[in-house]
Design a protein around this ligand. Structure first.
Ligand SMILES: Cc1cc2nc3c(=O)[nH]c(=O)nc-3n(C[C@H](O)[C@H](O)[C@H](O)COP(=O)(O)OP(=O)(O)OC[C@H]3O[C@@H](n4cnc5c(N)ncnc54)[C@H](O)[C@@H]3O)c2cc1C
Length: 380
């Protein structure tokens, strides 16, 4: 395992950083959050500069990078604006990775090049009102009628559905003995008749946010099944493991941004005649945070290496998700404390890190569920 980034990989970080300094400065991220508008201009700039093709094969216009390149990109995007990172990750995870893994030739050729060019956006519809942590207990039903499936059900927390062209939708096509059986995934055109989308108001992640979606007799062509009918859970589980790398990278990038902001404050804010960072109570927070950031980054590159070498397990993904999420939550909390009253004011960015980070230990599998996965892999 080699943790040293190559010159090409370091160049990715530098190029993305330079671009985002220009198109996604802190005031832009703050405005998107405040006005609840997606960071479209920054997203388009990433697409125009080829970054949405980072994992796409060259024949479809991508640059053929692996999990490490993906982690570098998302780390840098997350540093500048976490929600931009979420938008990029959804497109790369569902519009590229999932379609490339399980799509037909027609699906790949009609979708992947357009995702790479930034012309199509993707979201993921798994969670339902009665199936959150118990995700495979989902009930949204897809019934075959001729050459279409008729979809009925309700999804919650489908993030970015209102700005997406396709939703990778997880449905039930039959009820069998095990709840993980009889699940089928679809690439659903979000503008179909019979789909109603309602934006949800949330504590954080407010620029793009999340939605509730009602499917009432939505007719999806049978050729939009992704993978095998009835075998969708294996796919969904693989997408979730991929998602755990993407989320960990983007959120550790955001944690690093909060850390840098608070460090600057600790060096300049004077109380009792000295910078507050000179008080041990403050400086030790930075020592703890730096340790968490370094461990998180090491774990991210380790996991990327395991993925590239086809050795990543569900346990590895759960350990990564658990540690990086809890670290981000702890870091944003400590940084807010370091800023004192400024941390609590809406005109400073720290409150956004604090609000956004709260989702890390909830979304894409809670910390409790990650602990369950790790414990069960130990035979407990
Ligand atoms: C802002 C936001 C964006 C999201 N985006 C998406 C998205 O794009 N697509 C999507 O499909 N989903 C999305 N989700 C859903 C997210 O993945 C779920 O919220 C999460 O999996 C938890 O499910 P739940 O909210 O129903 O909580 P519940 O499952 O009801 O859990 C409530 C509490 O009970 C605990 N708990 C439950 N079961 C166990 C157990 N067996 N052992 C120990 N503790 C347990 C949980 O850890 C949690 O603390 C999003 C959620 C939010 C809030």
């Amino acid at each position: 395992m080699n943790f040293e980034l190559t010159p090409d990989q370091l160049a990715i970080r530098n190029h993305v950083s330079d671009l985002l300094k220009e198109v996604c400065p802190p005031e832009y991220a703050a405005k998107c959050d405040e006005e609840q508008t997606p960071p479209r201009a920054a997203f388009d700039a990433l697409a125009k500069n080829g970054w949405l093709g980072i994992i796409g094969p060259e024949e479809y216009g991508g640059s053929g990078g692996g999990a490490t390149e993906l982690a570098i990109l998302l780390g840098e995007v997350g540093y500048h604006f976490e929600e931009l990172g979420m938008w990029v990750f959804r497109n790369l995870s569902y519009g590229c990775f999932a379609v490339l893994e399980h799509g037909t030739k027609e699906q790949i050729e009609s979708i992947v090049p357009r995702v790479i060019r930034g012309e199509l956006s993707f979201c993921f519809g798994l969670t339902e009102p009665d199936s959150g942590s118990d995700a495979s207990a989902l009930r949204t039903k897809a019934t075959l009628e001729g050459d279409h499936y008729i979809i009925n059900g309700r999804k919650v927390y489908t993030s970015g559905m209102d700005i997406s062209d396709y939703c990778l939708l997880v449905t039930r096509t039959s009820t069998l003995e095990k709840k993980q059986q009889g699940i089928t995934n679809f690439l659903v055109d979000t503008k179909l008749n019979g789909i109603e989308v309602k934006k949800l108001q949330t504590l954080g992640q407010r620029a793009i946010g999340t939605t509730e979606v009602l499917y009432s007799d939505a007719r999806v062509p049978a050729n939009m099944v992704l993978g095998q009918v009835g075998e969708g859970w294996k796919g969904a589980d693989a997408y979730l493991c991929y998602e755990r790398l993407c989320l960990s990278a983007a959120r550790t990038g955001a944690a690093r941004a909060a850390f840098d902001f608070a460090l600057e404050h600790a060096k300049t804010r004077q109380q009792f005649g000295r910078p507050i960072g000179k008080f041990q109570a403050i400086s030790h927070k930075f020592a703890d945070m730096k340790t968490m950031l370094d461990v998180s980054e090491t774990m991210i590159y380790r996991y990327a290496w395991l993925m590239e070498n086809k050795r990543a397990t569900r346990q590895d993904a759960a350990i990564l998700k658990l540690y990086t999420s809890e670290s981000y939550k702890a870091i944003s909390d400590m940084c807010l404390q370091v800023l004192g009253g400024y941390g609590y004011c809406m005109e400073y960015p720290m409150q956004r890190f604090f609000r956004d980070s709260r989702l890390a230990t909830i979304g894409a599998g809670t910390s409790e569920i990650q602990r369950n996965i790790i414990a069960s892999s130990l035979g407990l």
